[in-house]
Design a protein around this ligand. Structure first.
Ligand code: PEP
Length: 260
């Protein structure tokens, strides 16, 4: 059973880092760092997106270490089952306790040349198996002052979904130029992009989606990014260090993080 959504989601995208032994060590260290007061159901939901090979370890040991962690996968097959060597289906992920799945991360878009049909298939299969897809959108170049690129990335998927599927989709605004760089988008840029995305989705689909921000979020800048009305954050590099990840979690908890 999925739990009721928290007002703020803090998602750790580990990318192709952390084998199962490193995952175990991360969880052990995180459990030492997290104060008792932050282990209950609070306003911020912590979710781990490890590589597929570490999902089972995270599933088993987050319980053993009494960590309030949800699980997500970094990708999913657009197909339900069958002759798709090397692919992982949504139902396999759900069986491992995944509640979320990333769809269309800019690195997957770039490296696997994902088509619109594949993105739609990934979303549909994830929803059918009871997971919430996190659809990543982001402009490639900085400072163009237009949100057409991100609006069309979300619209091309939303337009092929049924209303009940759209309702499950979380959008993550991740400017490509800010991912893995030393530069995060300014609060003003994030606010404008998220308002444009929400406005368009409201107008076209009569829906107000949860929107996260991702792109070089860290312990030093999280304080200036919360309070923008975001539904949370997708954190890459800074989530690999348990101390930094715990500090971000703590900072979001101090003021309820954002609002989904
Ligand atoms: C990401 O890849 O989703 C991401 C946000 O990475 P980083 O925090 O390292 O920019």
């Amino acid at each position: 059973m999925s739990r009721a959504p928290s007002p703020c989601l803090l998602a750790a995208n580990w990318k192709m880092n952390m084998d199962y032994l490193q995952t175990l060590d991360f969880l052990r260290r995180l459990s030492i760092l997290l104060p008792e007061s932050l282990r209950g159901k609070g306003p911020v939901e912590m979710a781990l997106f490890p590589p597929f090979t570490s999902l089972r370890t995270a599933q088993v040991f987050s319980n053993s270490y009494r960590l309030p962690l949800s699980l997500g996968a970094q990708d999913v097959s657009p197909h339900a089952s069958g002759s798709f060597t090397g692919e992982i289906s949504a139902s396999m992920l759900r069986t491992l306790g995944c509640e979320y799945v990333l769809v269309g991360h800019s690195e997957s878009r770039r490296n696997h040349h994902e088509t619109r049909e594949e993105l739609v298939g990934k979303v549909k299969n994830s929803v059918a198996c009871g997971m919430r897809p996190i659809l990543c959108v982001g402009e490639k170049e900085k400072g163009r002052g237009s949100w057409e690129e991100i609006i069309s990335q979300s619209e091309e998927v939303f337009s092929d979904l049924e209303p009940f599927e759209r309702e499950k989709v979380i959008i993550s605004y991740e400017p490509v130029w800010a991912i893995g760089s030393s530069e995060t988008a300014s609060p003003e840029c994030i606010f404008k992009a998220v308002s444009a995305l929400k406005g368009e989705t409201e107008e076209k689909f009569n829906l107000s989606p949860t929107v996260l921000y991702g792109g070089s979020v860290n312990e030093g800048n999280i304080g200036s990014l919360k309070g923008l009305g975001l539904g949370g954050f997708l954190v890459g590099r800074a989530s690999l260090d348990p101390a930094e990840f715990a500090a971000i979690f703590q900072c979001l908890n101090e003021e309820e993080g954002g609002k989904r």
